[in-house]
Design a protein around this ligand. Structure first.
Ligand SMILES: Cc1cc2nc3c(=O)[nH]c(=O)nc-3n(C[C@H](O)[C@H](O)[C@H](O)COP(=O)(O)O)c2cc1C
Length: 393
């Protein structure tokens, strides 16, 4: 398997699977070291305060088993820092290593997956993993294709957050649609004020009630549903992103589209722009006397033009598909007998990915933005003859 690193200068590398460690429990290893998830964060500047508590706060947003809307799997998701930070909690500049042990990996659950392993789980990565890794594919809880993999990204993203905090850049994610129930327009201020005020983390508090009620009905029927997550990055300076292959929008999209279950993405008004005229979609610039900068009357572009940040807030939305694992009979294939069968999968699963995926989206946007800052500043350091007037605008 390749491609387990994201970012070019500020980078995270992850490893670990859903049930890794379950098989090694009896091998005399110290408690908690059988298996789990690891994030190695490279490019962290020295002198940044990082504590396990800070990372834990991010991980707790994604932690399973905390609400009636999420999977009953009860992972502690406790993070341990094992490198890159000194006793004063300040980074040394060395890679920051983070470890999250798998704890809820009981034999009974591994057995559930073992008994289902010959049946291709519809909507999951089972078929494509078998095509790529054959008989060696990890069948326990979807292996690397499990949502559990994203705990390591959230831990790495928490380190990016600590660096971005020192620059006044804030990234916030929340649910704007669940199973067709739409929230009204959410401003940054509204998102901040109502952040995580309900189990689905939708800042439109009335719509959130509707969403939760609906989600419980979907769950009771043994089915699942999808939704839309919106992320705002506030305080991002103008000038980030490379204009061709490494557009800021492209690298953010790369990060977000790499999350399991994400099926679509749009910046600003996104797909809606396809239905508009130029006069209805252009963001008109104006000179803002207060800041001495050029700003835009509207932000339909979502904060990126020509792949480069405009200095307005970056606003991006992702479409999240319904959780593939459902508690209903479905058609599938038994790969050992090659018979077409109907099968009902028994395993612990989320009725909707939305209540747990937004912190993962926040993490990926943070990493992409911070990485773009390193690249933009590196490039700027060799550009010597631009009239500073342009930089000030
Ligand atoms: C936080 C999170 C939790 C997830 N939980 C589940 C789950 O409980 N059951 C499941 O079938 N898929 C779950 N997924 C989705 C699968 O990882 C994903 O659908 C699968 O890997 C197939 O990839 P694709 O949907 O991107 O094609 C979760 C994803 C995330 C990000």
């Amino acid at each position: 398997m390749t491609g387990n690193t994201f970012g070019r200068v500020f980078r995270i590398t992850t490893c670990g699977e859903s049930y890794s460690g379950g098989f090694r429990k009896k091998q005399g290893m110290p408690e908690g070291l059988h298996g789990g998830l690891i994030a190695i964060v490279d490019g962290v500047p020295p002198g940044i305060k990082i504590t396990a508590q800070m990372i834990q706060e991010e991980l707790d947003k994604r932690k399973p088993g905390l609400s009636k809307l999420t999977t009953p799997r009860s992972e502690a998701d406790m993070v341990f820092i094992f490198s890159g930070v000194m006793e004063d909690d300040l980074t040394t500049g060395a890679p920051v290593g983070l470890y999250i042990p798998n704890t809820d990996i009981e034999e009974v659950h591994i057995e559930q997956h073992r008994s289902n392993k010959d049946f291709i789980r519809p909507g999951q990565a089972a078929y494509t993993y078998y095509k790529k890794y054959g008989q060696f594919a990890d069948w326990a809880g979807a292996g690397r294709a499990s949502g559990r993999e994203t705990a390591a990204r959230v831990a790495g993203g928490a380190v990016a957050k600590a660096v971005l905090d020192t620059m006044g850049i804030d990234v916030i994610g929340y649910v704007v649609e669940s199973h067709g129930i739409k929230a009204g327009h959410i401003t940054y201020e509204m998102a901040k004020a109502n952040y995580r005020k309900n189990e689905i983390n939708c800042p439109d508090l009335e719509k959130a009630e509707e969403m939760i009620e609906d989600l419980l009905k979907v769950k009771a029927s043994g089915d699942s549903c999808g939704g839309i997550i919106e992320v705002i990055a506030k305080g991002v300076p103008a000038g980030l992103g490379e204009p061709v292959f490494d557009k800021l929008s492209a690298t953010i999209a790369h990060g977000l589209m790499s999350i399991g279950g994400v099926k679509g993405i749009e910046f600003g008004e996104g797909f809606e722009l396809a239905r508009k005229k130029g006069s209805e979609s252009n963001d008109t610039p104006y000179f803002d006397k207060e800041t001495g900068r050029i700003r835009f009357r509207t932000n339909r572009a979502g904060g990126v033009l020509g792949g480069i940040s405009t200095g307005e807030e970056i606003r991006v939305r992702v479409a999240v598909k319904p959780t593939p694992t459902i508690m209903l009979e479905q058609e599938t294939v038994n790969v050992s007998t090659l018979q077409n069968v109907t099968h009902r999968f028994t395993s612990r699963s989320d009725p909707s990915l939305c209540p747990r995926i937004y912190p993962v989206c926040e993490a990926m946007v943070r990493i992409a933005v911070l990485d773009a800052i390193y690249i933009a500043n590196g490039y700027r350091s060799v550009v010597r003859n631009i009239d500073p007037r342009w930089e000030e605008l």
